[in-house]
Design a protein around this ligand. Structure first.
Ligand code: SF4
Length: 612
């Protein structure tokens, strides 16, 4: 390995979840190496968290987590506090477990250019100087490829690119990932930001990146579709071009990743069973982010699972059990086939996935088979229960059978996580109230995420936008790294109107369903594990254990408290209402960490609701 020629270093920049590895670069590594090139993956995200925290943090171990699940809350409270303390060393910085806030505006190209020079506020300069010197330069790789999937990765990634420009002037810099695919038309028009990379790779990276390497390193005259050479105006851009078929999606190669370094008590491994989404919901930009929908076959996924289990055992002594299918939309028939294979071959794993509420799931025995084949949690795109809004969304699902899917899934033992969307243009108070009651009264919904409507770059509503439209929407074209666009509905600031409504709706739901509120305190990555150990009703079980009324009051009072103190970082916990001293609470420590988790969750929910 060490003597192998490295043609391309692939870097995953901070900040994304430190709880598990990302899948993008292991897939690219595989594709590149299958074509005879050498590559090295650097997960700079987990390395950044470790560097930033110093020796100051050790996550809770599996045994303590199993003994008392609340230990995970104390562990993440502790992590968040230490990240906050470490952030104080920099001007205007707050690194969170799930977020990054910096002095400089990540959406503005000029501001990004300022950030990459600003040692006072930007910790990624010092961090990437070390990575460049110790990990990238020694490889002598002629190509550095950086993946930018999330907005939080924009400034860190450009910081690395700017440093590489200065310190390794001969290295070719390639940027790819969702942010690049969605914003490339703005990037190529801005001389300053365009100067920090040589090539942009659009949509799925495997084929274009391999072709780029072939062109640069072997002088192959190959297909350059979806590669933007920033020194040339000649380019071929075609969303449906330079694409892998489902059966060609490679087996991810995790060889360069420190699988034992992530901050979860039990490792969680990302895999993919499909790519893209076959639907076209009007508000959603996800299908545009991929070339097209593709489905893999069960046999190759089983082989992926067996390979990574073997690798983790041999290299880290880890027994991998938990997998997350990191996809936009699973295929019901593939999930069924996969679950059957896993059961028949007695493979000891548990998995979770993302799916549309399709009629196929109500087939007799379907959900029970998924459970027997390891499924413990499904993220469903419910959005709303209102048929008119579902139609306006072009959602393509009907509440007549979606409720049945949730019922059968819950009955089988699977945790139902529902995405709920508030404030689709034209939504009325009555429709929202009906949705609130639907959630409250539906025991088969175990947890939710409430998002408020955004006009998103790449969504059908944005791409087909005309001043005259059936949603009464007004917006300006997307600029720079804007992916959520400011908009009006019927001439009013709709987003400002629906955010407080969504807050009130969440409080109403938690008031009536403390179990939903309680489940949201736990990192999503452990909810399937808890389902595996305690059943899919663990939210209710824990609420009973800690006192339903106490938890309800704790959640509501803290919500109100958080609203009052929304803009403050220093929280005086002693002024919180304390319905917390009853006998049946196990320990004072448990209550403290519950309370702190409510505050953290509140901040996270606020960020989701307020996203602009
Ligand atoms: S909301 Fe879900 S089902 Fe609809 S287009 Fe997006 S990913 Fe696909």
């Amino acid at each position: 390995m060490s003597s192998k020629i490295i043609d391309c270093v692939l870097v995953n920049s901070p900040v994304s979840s430190p709880l598990h590895p990302q899948l993008n670069l292991p897939l690219l590594k595989s594709a590149i190496e299958n074509n005879g090139f050498g590559t090295r993956v650097i997960d700079a995200n987990i390395e950044f968290f470790r560097w930033f925290l110093g020796t100051n943090y050790e996550p809770v171990n599996a045994q303590r987590f199993k003994e008392n699940p609340l230990h995970i809350l104390s562990s993440y409270n502790d992590l968040d506090k230490k990240l906050w303390q470490a952030s104080q060393r920099y001007e205007g910085l707050h690194v969170g477990v799930r977020s990054l806030s910096m002095k400089h505006d990540r959406l503005s190209f000029d501001s990004i250019l300022d950030a990459v020079e600003d040692n006072i506020s930007n910790p990624f300069i010092e961090f990437f100087e070390k990575i460049l010197t110790k990990a990238i330069q020694p490889t002598k790789a002629p190509i550095l490829a950086i993946g930018i999937t999330f907005q939080d990765q924009i400034i860190p990634s450009y910081t690395l690119a700017a440093l590489a420009r200065k310190k390794l002037p001969d290295i070719k810099i390639v940027l790819g990932g969702q942010m690049i695919t969605r914003c490339y038309d703005s990037i190529i028009c801005h001389e300053g930001i365009a100067s920090l990379s040589d090539y942009l790779v659009l949509w799925d990276g495997e084929v274009p990146l391999v072709n780029l390497l072939g062109g640069l390193l072997r002088q192959e005259a190959n297909d350059q579709t979806n590669i933007i050479d920033l020194s040339s105006s000649k380019r071929s851009i075609n969303r449906k071009g330079a694409v892998l078929k489902g059966k060609e999606i490679p087996r991810p190669n995790f060889a360069d990743l420190p699988l034992d370094s992530y901050f979860l008590p039990e490792p969680l491994i990302p895999l993919q069973t499909t790519r893209g989404c076959y639907a076209e919901c009007a508000f959603c930009a996800i299908p545009f982010g991929s070339n097209m929908y593709r489905v893999r076959n069960a046999e190759s996924i089983i082989e992926d699972i067996k390979e990574v289990k073997k690798y983790a055992k041999e290299h880290f002594g880890l027994d991998l059990k938990y997998f997350k299918f990191m996809e936009d939309t699973s295929s019901p028939s593939l999930l069924y086939a996969l679950a059957r294979e896993i059961e028949e071959r007695n493979i000891d794993i548990r998995w979770e996935t993302f799916a549309r509420l399709e009629k196929a799931f109500v087939e007799p025995g379907f959900m029970a088979q998924l459970f027997r084949g390891g499924c413990r949690k499904i993220h469903w795109g419910l959005e709303t229960n209102d048929p008119d809004i579902l139609e306006k969304m072009s959602k393509g699902t009907e509440i007549t059978y979606t409720s049945e899917v949730l019922r059968l899934s819950a009955q089988a033992g699977i945790m139902n996580f529902c995405f709920v969307l508030i404030g689709f243009p034209g939504e009325t108070d009555q429709q929202r109230e009906a949705l609130t009651q639907y959630i409250i009264n539906n025991d088969h919904i175990h947890t939710i995420t409430l998002a408020t409507f955004d006009l998103t770059r790449g969504a059908p509503m944005e791409r087909s936008y005309k001043p005259e439209n059936c949603y009464a929407l007004t917006c300006e074209p997307a600029q720079q790294f804007q992916v959520r666009l400011p908009y009006l509905v019927g001439g009013e600031d709709w987003k400002a109107k629906i955010i407080p409504i969504a807050h009130r709706m969440m409080i109403e739901i938690i008031r009536a369903r403390p179990d939903i509120g309680f489940v949201t305190l736990f990192p999503d990555q452990v909810r399937a594990m808890l389902t595996d150990w305690h059943g899919n009703n663990w939210g209710r079980i824990f609420v009973e254990q800690y006192g339903a009324e106490n938890i309800r009051q704790l959640l509501i009072n803290t919500e109100e408290y958080a609203d009052n103190f929304e803009s403050q970082r220093e929280i005086d916990y002693t002024s919180l209402p304390e319905p917390l001293t009853r006998e049946h609470f196990r320990t004072k420590e448990d209550l403290d960490l519950l309370r702190k988790s409510v505050m953290l969750r509140r901040e996270y929910e606020n960020r989701r609701l307020n996203q602009l």
